[in-house]
Design a protein around this ligand. Structure first.
Ligand code: FEO
Length: 383
């Protein structure tokens, strides 16, 4: 695939993967992108996952048409991109690695050597001329690892954005960008909104016509749309008006409460209600929804004097990603000593700018007139 006259795609699609990064369901697989810039000097942008060494080396050889690369630019050391550094260095013994100092530390950790005679350490603001293509390096620490650099090619106005602007899904499957890019961003990068904001500010000074991420499609049109979504996600702003109801239920009574709340909200004209059974849904989708919409209702039985385990995991997923700037409402169930509301409030107490609804719903075993009235009052309050 040709990105520009001089930039070729040499990445691979992975349809064998079960869980990306050991946890994310990827029904449409995953792409590990890699690129070659062909100029007087030749640079390769990152490698791919270990399982695709042969395919990647073949793609690379084909794009090179007998030429020899001068540089391997390592923007990110997570193994889905860095696994084939040693294979590359063996295949092309005259090439050098271009990476940040922190990346070289990790190269030594992963490969037992940091190639002392073949390294070029770069930092923010450094440049590398390939001929026509002048590359400049922009530090992107903690987006989402500390060693990350992104690379701007002033000649073709291309930003090589590392994991930024990536998404789940292989490139040979057509699917909506935002849905899987959001789940990817919130899941993997979501904690680091402040660092992404810093990177977006640096990017705004560049004339970017193409974004080449390490996952997902190459972005060439309507870049303001993608940049705008990244700004929304990284500033923890509400993307879509609506209510997320995340529940866990042992015998179905808390589920009935969650469903009654959803029906009541819809009847009152709520623009969107997203409901998830945390024991059965893809947790990453529920987490994504919590960050997408403005209001969140958590409904859990009391369990061992705590909340139900899936709710504990869900709330932890929110708090570790700096969940903030939202309205939260709480529903608890219990047959002798309901304490889930108190526990959930405590778990969320470190979150910035949360507004708790005035109405909490208390269910004693099963819905009754009192708890139904509380659910209706909560729906009105949320609307
Ligand atoms: Fe795609 Fe952070 O690795």
């Amino acid at each position: 695939m040709e990105i520009t006259n001089d930039i070729k795609y040499v990445g691979v699609n992975d349809h064998e993967i079960d869980l990306f990064e050991g946890q994310y369901i990827v029904e449409n697989g995953m792409a590990y992108n890699s690129y070659v810039i062909l100029d007087e000097k030749i640079a390769v942008m990152d490698t791919v996952d270990a399982n695709f060494k042969e395919e990647w080396l073949k793609n690379l050889a084909s794009a090179l048409s007998g030429k020899t690369p001068d540089y391997l630019i390592v923007q990110h050391m997570e193994p889905d991109h860095s696994a084939n550094i040693a294979a590359f260095m063996e295949t092309y013994p005259s090439a050098k690695i271009v990476a940040s100092a922190k990346a070289f530390t990790m190269i030594k950790q992963f490969f037992g050597t940091d190639y002392p005679d073949r390294q070029m350490v770069v930092k923010e603001g450094d440049t590398l001329s390939l001929g026509k293509h002048e590359l400049s390096f922009v530090a992107a620490p903690m987006v989402h690892w500390p060693e990350v650099i992104v690379t701007y090619d002033a000649h073709d106005k291309v930003l090589f954005s590392a994991d930024g602007f990536g998404k789940f899904g292989a490139l040979d499957v057509e699917e909506d960008w935002a849905c899987e890019a959001r789940r990817y961003y919130i899941g993997i990068v979501g904690k680091y909104g402040a660092q992404v904001q810093t990177l977006l500010k640096k990017a705004s000074a560049l004339d970017i016509q193409t974004i080449c991420p390490l996952h997902g499609p190459i972005l060439t049109e309507n870049l303001d749309y993608y940049l705008g979504l990244y700004n929304t996600w990284s500033s923890y702003a509400v993307e879509t008006e609506g209510v997320v109801i995340a529940y866990t239920s042992v015998y179905g009574n808390t589920k009935k409460a969650a469903e009654l709340l959803a029906e009541t909200l819809e009847a009152l004209g709520c623009p969107k209600v997203a409901i998830s059974d945390l024991a059965r849904c893809d947790m990453a989708e529920a987490v994504e929804d919590a960050f997408r919409y403005g209001k969140l209702v958590l409904a859990s039985p009391t369990y061992n004097g705590d909340v139900f385990p899936f709710m504990r995991e869900f709330i932890h997923n929110l708090t570790e990603r700096n969940y903030q700037k939202r309205t939260v409402a709480l529903i608890e169930n219990g047959s002798w000593a309901p304490t889930a509301v108190k526990t959930m409030q405590k778990m969320l107490e470190g979150c910035k700018d949360l507004t708790f609804a005035n109405t909490n719903v208390k269910i004693m075993s099963a819905l009754n007139d009192d708890s139904i009235a509380q659910i209706k009052a909560l729906a009105k309050e949320l609307i």
